[in-house]
Design a protein around this ligand. Structure first.
Ligand code: SAH
Length: 254
């Protein structure tokens, strides 16, 4: 009897293998967006966790929200870098994306996302769509995302990429993000992914009371400070310097 069972099992396994080859049998890893590079993504998460531990004095915590790490495990970062950089996509480094711009380092994406303390359904405005990677991470967390990019070809590429990967809920606009997206205010959170010379007042105005904004502030020629702003009342904000960072500059006419 045992022999018959194992014989049947062997036949079933062989059939299953054939069906997998034919692409007919559902595999464990079935999400099309995250297919491939699982090991690389897992390694990226470990590097982020190590950097968070090393900078815990700045961050005032030694581990990030599990949901932020889960979102970063899910988003296929290799889809957001140029084709000739796919093999470097999961290194804990920024990567060039053309037009003199970069997709931020995974550790930076993780801590900026974590600082916003987002719950599913929250409304988030991102300034500097770039590749669309950060917007996808915010969407993977369950946030509703609006994102503005000033360089038209980058904005158009990001729109096509996000649609192809199934991030249909992200609203994109090409324009100067310094002025925010007034038609959609207030936002529960705002993330600026380019270095501003000062905290943009129009963005503070579009932040809901109780909302949080992260923005790198400082000169384009030196290290900037990542600032966390909490709007505590109609005319009141609390700011905290989190840590030194280096971003491409926020451009535009302001
Ligand atoms: N968040 C992006 C990386 C941002 S790089 C990602 O995940 O890939 C910074 C981006 O900000 C660049 O694409 C740059 O063109 C854009 N940017 C700079 N100034 C801007 C402005 N005033 N309004 C909107 N986008 C701006």
């Amino acid at each position: 009897m045992a022999e018959i069972v194992s014989y049947r099992k062997a036949i079933f396994a062989a059939l299953q293998a054939l069906l997998v080859i034919a692409g007919l049998f559902p595999q464990a890893e079935s999400s099309p967006a995250s297919n491939g590079f699982q090991a690389e993504r897992e390694q990226m998460i470990r590097l982020i966790e190590a950097d968070v531990r090393d900078t815990s004095a700045y961050l005032k915590r030694s581990a990030l929200d599990d949901r932020v790490l889960a979102a970063m495990r899910e988003v296929p970062r290799h889809e957001f870098v140029p084709a000739n950089r796919v093999d470097q996509a999961y290194q804990n480094r920024p990567q060039p994306i053309g037009h003199g711009q970069t997709i931020s380092q995974p550790y930076i994406v993780a801590i900026m996302t974590d600082l916003l303390q987002l719950e599913p359904g929250k409304r988030v405005l991102e300034i500097g769509t770039g590749s669309g990677y950060q917007a996808a991470v915010l969407a993977a967390l369950g946030a509703r995302v609006w994102s503005i990019e000033i360089i038209e070809p980058l904005g158009r590429e990001a729109r096509l990429r996000l649609a192809r990967l199934g991030y249909d809920e992200i609203a994109l606009r090409i324009g100067d993000g310094y002025y925010g997206w007034p038609e959609q205010e207030p936002f529960d959170a705002i993330m600026v992914t380019a270095a501003a010379s000062h905290i943009p007042p129009p963005l503070v105005k579009q932040l809901a009371v109780g909302g949080k904004m992260v923005v790198p502030v400082g000169s384009r020629f030196s290290t900037q400070e990542l600032i966390l702003i909490t709007r505590t009342g109609p005319d009141e904000v609390v700011t905290r310097q989190v840590l030194p960072v280096r971003f491409v500059p926020l451009t535009g006419g302001h």
